[in-house]
Design a binder for this molecule. Structure first.
Ligand code: ATP
Length: 329
């Protein structure tokens, strides 16, 4: 029996969560779900979008599956996602990007895993206003954070039978900061049997667009990782199918890349695939690889049967899509 927190979120969060829970239940994995509400819907009663009980639940269970949680703009709340990452020290953002069958995209055979450092770089929020017309943001890179993310990327590569890791920087310009990130990747790479390739981020973007199939595992500092991971999501069909995970030493939170999609919330139109793909990665992480593979097979069969939600050009509902997958398990 696995104890896992489910953060239901808001917008389309509850509907895609229900779809995914039903599919996991049908595959027969024994999970005791600790269901936690969060986001816009809990602010009135609890004063904040991410109550402490949610963090406590993840700390207790160690693993969470999370659907999108909106951070209301301009109301003084800290970003829910940033807060979760900080409180749980989720230092690695992992985004496997590969083509799904019968989902039309510009490229075929894409299979890239983006590993993004999640805690520092320009996202550490070290900024200051020098005067009215000048502001600066500090790009902070440390050896310890760089080495641990490099180790994460190599471990992931080894455990998932990948062939090489490419470290992506702008070390020719940011010689000290990106230079340190690059140097850390080289040093960690010496402990593994896998090759480490090196590329500059601008060239990397061009190469991905020209031929994404030449890449395997990408290792990037925070800012480049943010941009390149969205670029890779775009290669495989966009938000409805892009999975993600934030992983630390003690905790792991699996979640789709997309937001709460308020424009289609409550209409049973959302595509649960991105959250389902995140859940499949979670099942693999907790040692339930076979169950994850069975769900993946059923998902692929469903897509191959041309059963798709509106974002992928079909007309099935969110719950109807889940039923179609369950019938193929
Ligand atoms: P955030 O700032 O929280 O990331 P956003 O407004 O940038 O949110 P999303 O909420 O992800 O982005 O939505 C962007 C567009 O993609 C919307 O039109 C939304 O309907 C669509 N979209 C996002 N996720 C899904 C999904 N799972 N199924 C169908 N459409 C989706």
């Amino acid at each position: 029996m696995h104890n896992i927190t489910l953060i239901k979120g808001d917008g389309i969060g509850p509907e895609i969560s229900d779809a995914v829970l039903q599919i996991i239940k049908a595959v027969g994995v024994d999970i005791n779900w600790d269901i936690q509400t969060a986001g816009a819907d809990v602010i009135e009663a609890e004063g904040v979008p991410l109550p402490q009980r949610v963090i406590d639940s993840v700390k207790k269970n160690k693993i969470a599956l999370k659907s999108p949680v909106t951070t209301p703009i301009g109301k003084g709340f800290r970003s829910v996602n940033v807060q979760l990452r900080k409180e749980l020290d989720l230092y690695a953002n992992l985004r496997p990007c590969y083509n799904l069958p019968n989902v039309k995209t510009r490229y075929e055979g894409v299979d890239i895993v983006v590993v993004r450092e999640n805690t520092e770089d320009l996202y550490a929020g070290i900024e200051r206003q020098i005067d009215n017309d000048t502001a600066e943001s500090i790009k902070r890179i440390t050896r310890s954070a760089s080495e641990r993310i490099a180790k994460f990327a190599f471990d992931y590569a080894v455990n998932n039978n990948r062939e090489f890791v490419t470290v992506v920087t702008k070390a020719n310009i940011c010689k000290l900061s990106d230079g340190l990130f690059l140097d850390s990747a080289r040093k960690i790479g010496e402990n593994y049997d896998l090759p480490l390739k090196e590329i500059l981020v601008d060239n990397c973007c061009m190469q991905i667009v020209q031929n994404p199939n030449q890449f395997d595992v990408l290792l990037l500092p925070n800012l480049y990782g943010d941009i390149v991971s969205d670029l890779c999501a775009g290669l495989i069909g966009g938000l409805g199918v892009a999975q993600g995970a934030n992983i630390g030493k003690d905790y792991a939170v699996f979640e789709p890349v997309h937001g709460s999609a308020p424009d289609i919330a409550g209409q049973n139109k959302a595509n649960p695939t991105a959250m389902l793909m995140s859940a499949i990665e979670m099942l693999s992480y907790i040692g339930e690889k076979d169950a994850g593979q069975r769900i993946k097979n059923a998902l692929f069969e469903t897509l191959n049967a041309d059963i798709k939600t509106a974002d992928l050009g079909g007309n099935i509902t969110c719950s109807g899509f889940a039923d179609a997958i369950i019938s193929r398990l």
